[in-house]
Design a protein around this ligand. Structure first.
Ligand SMILES: Cc1cc2nc3c(=O)[nH]c(=O)nc-3n(C[C@H](O)[C@H](O)[C@H](O)COP(=O)(O)OP(=O)(O)OC[C@H]3O[C@@H](n4cnc5c(N)ncnc54)[C@H](O)[C@@H]3O)c2cc1C
Ligand SMILES: Cc1cc2nc3c(=O)[nH]c(=O)nc-3n(C[C@H](O)[C@H](O)[C@H](O)COP(=O)(O)O)c2cc1C
Length: 787
């Protein structure tokens, strides 16, 4: 502001001395530095002269050491950063008053146009006007302490180790030629067991020195007000009040595991500057800031939430092999995926393919995979006798065009073309057990001989002519029945021709929905008998797998969720009671479904409603179905209660799948905003799901899997003889596409040549950040963030 117009008068009040700072180092990515450069070359150049640069992330995990290169970060001393910024302020005439504590807004010049309160995490400004700013504080359960050491670290270092107290996470890096910083993190339980509850700094130093004796190699641990703390995720509903704006940690925090708090604070200032350029009136500029800045901050906070959750749940990944553990760590917040890791470090991704293929080779008797590893999505999988040639699934999707529940030529063409497209498994839409079990008049059914014959025709074709296995999803719409076709009004009640609907409790889905009748025991017996008959028909039609639909608020789901089940009998109340009827139906279906064929269950792993199903409940559901013979949980979310507040994003259901897969120890299938093969490989390779379903993508692209095979050059995929002449062309075309994409991404990436040796580079800022700034920020990273 001062540089743009020297007539501005800007004063800074700081309670500390100029060189007091809490903590040790600060990390910036190439993109962040590029942003600084765009706005102030002077401070940027000085930062560049000071920082330490590294390329490798090295992870120590239970004695193993795995490096991943190509990452491009820089770190610097927090004190140096402050001193640089002070110097820049001094040069342009910004007034600074140190050792001046501001205790009230009245302490400030009353004629200021704007007051920028950036007084950190414990800000009294935010708290005094809490009724206005409406802050929320989510105190995270893990304990952490911020320390330093003279131990040189040639790479950004993670270390995960376990002692008698529990698991300890270390985030560490060197930030200048003499010093490294170390953040030590653990669970509250381990912290208590380690006797750190009332630890003084010297107790912490003694404990940490002993814990990391091998890593420290005799170097001392250094403290700087190093007390154990919990991290608060802070959010505020608004950041402005009259002429006051709160910024930085005072307004919003981002967990240290993504190293973005300082970046956010500095970019807040940049954003405010932009708003002041756009609006000459100070209050109008503040209003614009409050509106414009929110999306970017929320995106970073969301990435931080996902990342911190990984570190809080590290026990979940403890049994993974070191390569998968690292892949899970690297891809935790979705910004880094299988394909962009291939560019950063091809050897590491080859190791991912190799270890994933070797595991699949042993588990599914596929010895050739040891010789020729494939990307994770192309590893086969087997459930009972059903063998899938890859991990891609066509998700169940209603077609809403059956007449009297009969699949016709549309269904034949739709399903068989997707089977021809290479997916390992193709699901039918929700296929209803009786006419009154339909969602809409266009829903397909499996209650008649004619329907059974039509389904058999489709399944036979897929088996005879393709490599795909066929699964049928069998369901009953319950309170979501008797509604219009999707394109005429999704979930809207039929105006004519509606039938009676039933559910666990008499609660309508939408305020204007038909009120369902509460199911009696007779209804439960009839619906169960209808399910059993449907499973018998599906077995005769030749389906390889059958799924019981217990998600999305349909009849069985209404029993599972507290939002829809208000029963006072043995089918309502406790989780055991709510599971009772769905399990009874499952058992009855399992009894008639051939032993050698697998069964899956689709559940909503959260209702996205306060007080509704949580992921912990979903883990219990999965455990219960597994104990009754379920082979696979198809993990979905929501659609149970119309007041839901879902949080969408790329691959947004994968974390639910991961938790269920690991904690209930059952294979999972997940769908939800998964659009490309990179995401499929990331999810499967990192152990977040065994199978990945794509719904909408398969509507516009039946050949998704064959194209993925061509892209990665995986020759071992069944290709129809009739289309064989296109195989070579597709492989050549997609290889070219891949090379072009890789070249573009390579250009957009920081030039990390020096770092590639893995050596620690000081004062060597060269071209890399220029490229990273100009191209990376514009092309790759911002687009990813925006998504
Ligand atoms: C363990 C850990 C590691 C981190 N690592 C990174 C990282 O690598 N990269 C990164 O970008 N971020 C990192 N962060 C986050 C980063 O430290 C903060 O987000 C950042 O410091 C916020 O800047 P700020 O200016 O909002 O607040 P602060 O840095 O807290 O500054 C607030 C200032 O206000 C002053 N002040 C407070 N009250 C008053 C008053 N009443 N009167 C006058 N002055 C006052 C304080 O003395 C202080 O100087 C990390 C955080 C933690 C906890
Ligand atoms: C047109 C359409 C119909 C759907 N029908 C069903 C269905 O019958 N049964 C079901 O469980 N999910 C159904 N879904 C949900 C999908 O299976 C999937 O979970 C969801 O679309 C998210 O995947 P996507 O992001 O790849 O589209 C349907 C989705 C679409 C787009």
């Amino acid at each position: 502001m001062k540089k743009a117009d020297p007539s501005h008068q800007i004063k800074i009040y700081e309670q500390n001395r100029p060189d007091d700072t809490f903590g040790f180092g600060v990390v910036f990515s190439a993109e962040t530095l590029g942003h600084f450069r765009d706005y102030d070359e002077v401070s940027y150049d000085r930062i560049r002269e000071t920082f330490a640069y590294w390329d490798d992330i090295v992870t120590y995990f239970k004695g193993s050491k795995v490096p991943v290169s190509g990452n491009g970060f820089c770190g610097m001393s927090r004190k140096d950063l402050l001193l640089i910024l002070h110097q820049c302020c001094r040069e342009v005439g910004v007034e600074m008053e140190f050792q001046r504590e501001i205790k009230s807004l009245d302490d400030l010049d009353s004629d200021a146009d704007m007051i920028l309160a950036a007084n950190g995490i414990n800000s009294w400004v935010r708290d005094e006007y809490a009724d206005h700013f409406k802050p929320s504080f989510d105190w995270r359960p893990n304990k952490f302490v911020w320390l330093g050491s003279t131990k040189p670290l040639p790479a950004f270092t993670f270390d995960f180790r376990e002692n008698d107290a529990g698991i300890w996470n270390l985030h560490a890096y060197q930030y200048n030629s003499e010093m490294s910083t170390m953040i030590v993190e653990t669970t509250e339980d381990a912290w208590l067991k380690a006797g750190m509850e009332n630890a003084r700094e010297e107790d912490t130093v003694a404990y940490v020195t002993e814990l990391y004796k091998d890593l420290l190699d005799g170097h001392p641990i250094i403290t700087n007000r190093s007390m154990w703390r919990n991290f608060p995720m802070i959010r505020c509903e608004t950041w402005i009040k009259d002429n006051v704006v709160i910024m930085g940690d005072c307004a919003h925090t981002a967990h240290y595991s993504i190293g973005s708090g300082t970046k956010l604070a500095m970019e807040d200032a940049i954003a405010l500057f932009e708003c002041c350029q756009a609006e000459s009136d100070a209050r109008a500029a503040l209003k614009l800031y409050d509106e414009n800045r929110r999306d970017e901050v929320e995106r970073t906070q969301h990435a931080a939430d996902v990342s911190l959750s990984w570190f809080e749940n590290v026990r979940r990944y403890w049994d993974m092999d070191p390569i998968q553990f690292n892949f899970s760590l690297m891809s935790r917040s979705k910004a880094i995926t299988y394909d962009n890791l291939r560019l950063r470090d091809r050897d590491f991704v080859q190791a991912v393919d190799k270890s994933f293929s070797a595991e699949a080779a042993d588990r599914y008797d596929a010895p050739h995979l040891k010789e020729t590893p494939v990307p994770p999505m192309f590893a086969p999988m087997q459930l009972r006798d059903m063998r899938l040639s890859n991990r891609v699934v066509v998700s169940p999707m209603c077609q809403y065009c059956a007449i009297d529940g009969n699949p016709d030529d549309w269904h034949f063409s739709h399903y068989t073309s997707r089977a021809m497209g290479g997916a390992g498994l193709v699901f039918t839409e929700m296929t209803c057990v009786s006419p009154d079990a339909r969602i809409t008049p266009g829903c397909a059914g499996i209650w008649s001989d004619e329907q059974e014959a039509q389904w058999k025709r489709i399944v036979d074709f897929a088996h005879d002519r393709t490599d795909a296995r066929m699964a049928i999803q069998i369901g009953h719409a319950g309170r979501k029945g008797a509604t219009k076709l999707a394109w005429e009004g999704i979930d809207e009640p039929l105006e004519e021709g509606a039938w009676e609907i039933i559910a666990a409790s008499p609660l309508p889905y939408l305020p204007n929905s038909i009120v369902p009748r509460e199911m009696t025991r007779d209804d439960m017996d009839r619906v169960k008998a209808d399910f059993v008959a449907a499973f018998e028909r599906a077995a005769r039609a030749g389906f390889d797998m059958a799924e019981l639909h217990c998600a999305h608020g349909y009849v069985l789901a209404t029993f599972l969720s507290t939002c829809t089940n208000q029963r006072s009998d043995e089918y309502g109340g406790s989780i055991e009671n709510r599971l009772r009827y769905p399990l009874e139906v499952f058992d009855a279906c399992r009894a008639v479904w051939p032993e050698e064929r697998p069964m899956s269950v689709r559940i909503s792993a959260t209702d996205w409603v306060e007080g509704g199903t949580t992921t912990e409940d979903a883990v219990e559901f999965a455990r219960a179905f597994k104990a009754h013979g379920c082979d696979l949980i198809n993990v979905s979310t929501g659609q149970t209660d119309s007041s839901e507040k879902p949080i969408y994003g790329r691959m947004f259901q994968a974390p639910f799948s991961e938790q269920i897969r690991i904690e209930a120890d059952i294979p999972t299938l997940v769908a939800g905003n998964i659009f490309d093969w990179d995401q499929v490989n990331t999810i499967v390779g990192a152990g977040r799901s065994d199978l990945v379903a794509l719904a909408r993508t398969h509507l516009y692209n039946p050949y998704f899997t064959q194209q993925a095979a061509a892209y990665y050059g995986v020759e071992d995929i069944v290709w129809p003889d009739q289309y064989m002449s296109a195989k070579f062309a597709a492989f050549r075309q997609y290889e070219r596409t891949r090379l072009q994409i890789e070249e573009l991404r390579e250009q957009a990436k920081p030039n990390t040549q020096e770092g590639r040796t893995g050596s620690f580079v000081l004062n060597k800022a060269s071209e890399w950040e220029m490229k990273g700034a100009a191209v990376g920020a514009a092309a790759g990273s911002r687009r990813e963030a925006a998504e």
